[in-house]
Design a protein around this ligand. Structure first.
Ligand code: SF4
Length: 359
């Protein structure tokens, strides 16, 4: 089992962001959220989770007493060896908070977005150079078993050379995971009309990312994710493969093996107890969706992995259907072999087209 816990607060609103966040919180809002989150966590069986992911919003925004209470209810869910990941924003960290987290989580994911203060400004990202450098030093020295940096490319004004320099700096810091996202124009983002990446540049940067990071020993394992061997995010890998998931907190999504349930994206309504929205698909539709999502990974599917998806049809049928889809694309898009199905580099790059043909 996996568990996702959502913290719906942020100091401000980044210009590119369309995630749900209630903004800068009052103390009362944080307390109300905490009480309900803890109550829901207490209803879940102890020692049941192989992965727990604390995301947001900004999960590192609450102060240490609030986080202490949160972890008092989160940690009993963890099985031995559980991956416990937490997203962190540099400007909300202190040396003390990093030390506190090091004692409770196994993986920290820092939202850098860009090492260049000018480009962070273009993104509408409120983070000073000093806050970023401090956070990198504290995390580097704390000795987390795993740590990730989030970066964005395709930012207006960012050259290919500048992106290469960002990648080289990130790879030199000692993290074992990098998430590199292409800037996209998200509906509802505060600066959406300014967030218009050049498509050709974006493709060149994506290709460069794969080459640069492979040379640094951090190969691509999913369209936007790169890891040293053993550094892959187990939570995400499990969810991509159709793993069951509890989604706790406003806007969080859960999955019981068949139905996806998404909590309302409003703190006030979630506190009122509005029930989650169920996304009912037939078993074949759900299996198709899971199959397409995990084709975003470089590894793809083997018969053994596919057999673990509830309701999955026999591998031979899946091979036949995928061969029919692959025939619509150039030969290097989808590799369909008896022992494994996986997308080639172009298949990853044009995954949306492949998924559309599949669904
Ligand atoms: S990008 Fe992250 S920190 Fe920025 S507004 Fe969105 S959720 Fe908050």
């Amino acid at each position: 089992m996996n568990c996702y816990v959502h913290t719906p607060f942020c100091n401000g609103r980044c210009g590119y962001c369309a995630f749900y966040s209630d903004g800068a919180p009052s103390e009362a809002k944080v307390q109300n959220w905490l009480v309900r989150i803890c109550r829901q966590l207490d209803e879940l069986p102890r020692n049941s989770c192989s992965t727990i992911y604390l995301g947001g919003g900004t999960p590192t925004l609450p102060d240490i007493p609030v986080l202490t209470e949160l972890f008092r209810h989160v940690l009993p869910l963890a099985k031995s060896g559980c991956e416990i990941s937490m997203e962190a924003n540099p400007e909300t960290l202190t040396e003390g908070k990093v030390g506190f987290l090091r004692e409770r989580i196994t993986r920290i994911s820092l939202g850098v977005q860009s090492f260049d203060g000018g480009l962070r400004k273009v993104l509408g990202r409120n983070c000073s150079d000093a806050a970023l450098e401090n956070a990198l030093n504290w995390i580097g020295q704390a000795g987390f078993p795993h740590w990730n940096l989030d970066l964005i490319y395709g930012i207006p004004g960012q050259s290919l050379e500048a992106w290469q320099a960002e990648l080289r700096r990130a790879a030199s810091l000692g993290c074992d995971h990098l998430s590199c996202y292409n800037l996209t124009q998200e509906e509802g983002a505060r600066l959406a009309e300014k967030m218009v990446p050049d498509e050709e540049d974006s493709v060149a940067m994506w290709k460069m990312t794969g080459e640069e990071l492979a040379r640094a020993g951090i190969p691509r394992y999913e369209i936007s994710n790169y890891a040293r061997p053993g550094g892959e995010c187990l939570h995400n890998v499990s969810v991509w493969r159709g793993g069951k998931l509890w989604g706790i907190g406003p806007s969080a999504a859960g999955f019981d093996g068949r139905v996806r349930r998404t909590e309302v994206a409003s703190l006030a309504r979630w506190l009122e107890g509005v029930p989650p929205e169920a996304d009912e698909l037939s078993i074949p539709e759900r299996c198709n969706e899971i199959f397409a999502v995990n084709l975003r990974t470089a590894f793809g599917w083997t018969p053994e992995l596919w057999a673990q998806v509830p309701g999955a049809e026999p591998w031979a049928e899946r091979l036949e259907r995928t061969r029919a889809v692959a025939a619509q694309f150039p030969p290097d898009f989808l590799n369909v072999r008896e022992e494994r199905i996986f997308a080639g580099e172009n298949g990853l790059l044009f995954w949306n087209d492949v998924a559309e043909a599949m669904l």
